[in-house]
Design a protein around this ligand. Structure first.
Ligand code: NDP
Length: 449
């Protein structure tokens, strides 16, 4: 891996040396630094003021023990994290992930990405991310509640509506947010918007549940339209069947697309007639079952165990909405060979660097995660605004704001790409546009932080 700009090479080498054994974090930093070459070549202040060294070092990393008691009365111990990455332009903001694969590298890559994503939304939010290596799958509601209460007992010391505002992510949905917020409220004796994604009866925002999936489709439709295309009549593959995937399906279908495949962490379903989203919701949202059961209700559909095979199904548009590095070089090449011309990312960093090279080599349209999936955090920021106002906006009002935000993100990324000589490369454009706002705030502060 080599950079043309010596400053960027030094910063990257320093990140790798100081953060050994954190491959996901290295990957996320490498992608951003590579995009910033033209910006750093043009402005020596970034090097003089050590802006990139500072940006790549979290302001604070909190790492804690989470003890809880299972249904058999046995004590279990998990590991909790909160990485407060950057407060340059607002309170730390980013989700909590509960999944056995969570470790410091995963949380740091997600927190780092969040800096640029949150900046791109145009809203005043800094960047953070957290979670635990706890698996809610297969646990009773009582076990999940006791885990969430223990997790929040420590986390509550570090968050607050003006300090750090967590939300959901993989494994943290409405049930977990309810338990987490209930414990937070009890500990601090306040009713403030210190968590987003809350239920509608206790301070949540209309359209937050839908926001990441809807926002992904608003962004993608904008990108398609700018290239003389649209979702209408297109075959779409969506990986995952969680929050982002379900609402991406609904909005893509509203735009006239046919979603032919979806997955969970065990395997994928293919339904040439179009996946019936109500069956998926019944299985996954309501009953926490496996997606394999879909074929019991739809005779024309097939189920295949294993995740990566989903990318071998011919499609026009692929929306990865499950997890990081789910599309590798081989899967990307299969997508291209089978006629897919657009990949737009609902999940965070779902494409490996080699997969991204395949997209560009095949002139595919590519919507990078930090732009395409920013609708979730943007709507979380709108929830914060409503909590501060002690007021609730209508679904239509929030959805309208979300549509405007996603259009603006597309334009900001496209304009920055063109300005720095990379027209059409939204990955470079999103990284540059997100970076410039945060960097200008850091320069204004001097070396205050
Ligand atoms: P959920 O927990 O609601 O859903 C995750 C889905 O992905 C589940 O269907 C899960 O299957 C599936 N999955 C997990 N690992 C794999 C795998 N290796 N292969 C295939 N499927 C897999 O999470 P979200 O929908 O909230 O998050 C999905 C992605 O979107 C994540 O990358 C997240 O960081 C990102 N994101 C989420 C936002 C939000 O607002 N929720 C905002 C921005 C980004 P199973 O049911 O078997 O666990």
């Amino acid at each position: 891996m080599s950079f043309k700009n010596a400053y960027l090479q030094r910063v990257y080498d320093g990140v790798v040396a100081r953060n050994a054994g954190e491959p996901e974090f290295h990957q996320a930093v490498h992608e951003v630094l590579e995009s910033l070459e033209p910006v750093c070549d043009a402005d020596p202040r970034y090097e003089k003021m050590g802006v990139l060294e500072r940006l790549c070092e979290p302001e604070r990393v909190i790492y804690f023990r989470v003890p809880w008691v299972d249904d058999n009365g046995k004590v279990q111990v998990n590991r909790g994290f909160r990485v407060q990455f950057s407060s340059a332009i607002g309170p730390y903001k980013g989700g909590l992930r509960f999944h056995p694969s969570v470790n410091q590298s995963v949380i740091k890559f997600l927190g780092f990405e969040q800096i640029f994503k949150n900046s791109l939304t145009g809203l005043p939010i800094g960047a953070g991310k957290g979670g635990a290596d706890f698996d809610p799958k297969g646990k009773s509601d009582g076990e999940v509640m006791r885990f969430c209460q223990s997790f929040m007992t420590e986390l509550s010391k570090h968050i607050g509506e003006n300090t750090d505002v967590p939300a959901g992510d993989i494994g943290v949905g409405s049930r977990e947010i309810g338990f987490l917020y209930g414990q937070y409220k009890r500990l601090v004796n306040e009713f403030t918007g210190a968590i987003t994604g809350k239920g509608l009866r206790y301070g949540g925002s209309l359209a937050r549940t839908e926001a990441t999936g809807y926002g992904l489709c608003y962004f993608t439709e904008e990108m398609l339209n700018a290239n003389g295309k649209s979702f209408k009549g297109q075959r779409v593959i969506i990986s995952g069947s969680g929050n982002v995937a379900i609402y991406a399906h609904i909005k893509a279908t509203e735009f006239g697309a046919k979603v032919v495949a979806m997955s969970d962490s065990d395997g994928y379903i293919y339904d040439p007639n179009g996946i019936d989203i109500e069956t998926v919701r019944e299985l996954k949202e309501k009953n926490r079952k496996r997606i394999s059961e879909y074929v019991k209700y739809h005779s024309g559909a097939t189920y295949t165990p294993g995740c990566s095979g989903i990318w071998s199904i011919p499609c026009d548009i692929a929306l990865p909405c499950a997890t990081q590095n789910e599309i590798d070089e081989v899967s990307a090449a299969l997508l291209a060979k089978n006629g897919c011309y657009c990949v737009s990312e609902g999940a965070n960093m779902p494409s490996t660097p080699e997969a991204i090279k395949v997209y560009f080599a095949n002139k595919m349209l590519y919507g990078p995660a930090k732009a395409a999936n920013a609708g979730g955090v943007a709507t979380s920021a709108l929830e914060m605004s409503q909590n501060s106002l002690r007021y609730s906006w209508s679904f239509e009002k929030v959805d309208h704001k979300l549509q405007d935000i996603m259009k603006n993100i597309y334009n900001a990324a496209a304009d920055a790409a063109a300005l720095y000589g990379h027209e059409g490369n939204l990955m470079i454009g999103a990284n540059i546009a997100g970076f410039k706002k945060v960097a200008s705030a850091m320069l204004a502060y001097g070396v205050a932080y």
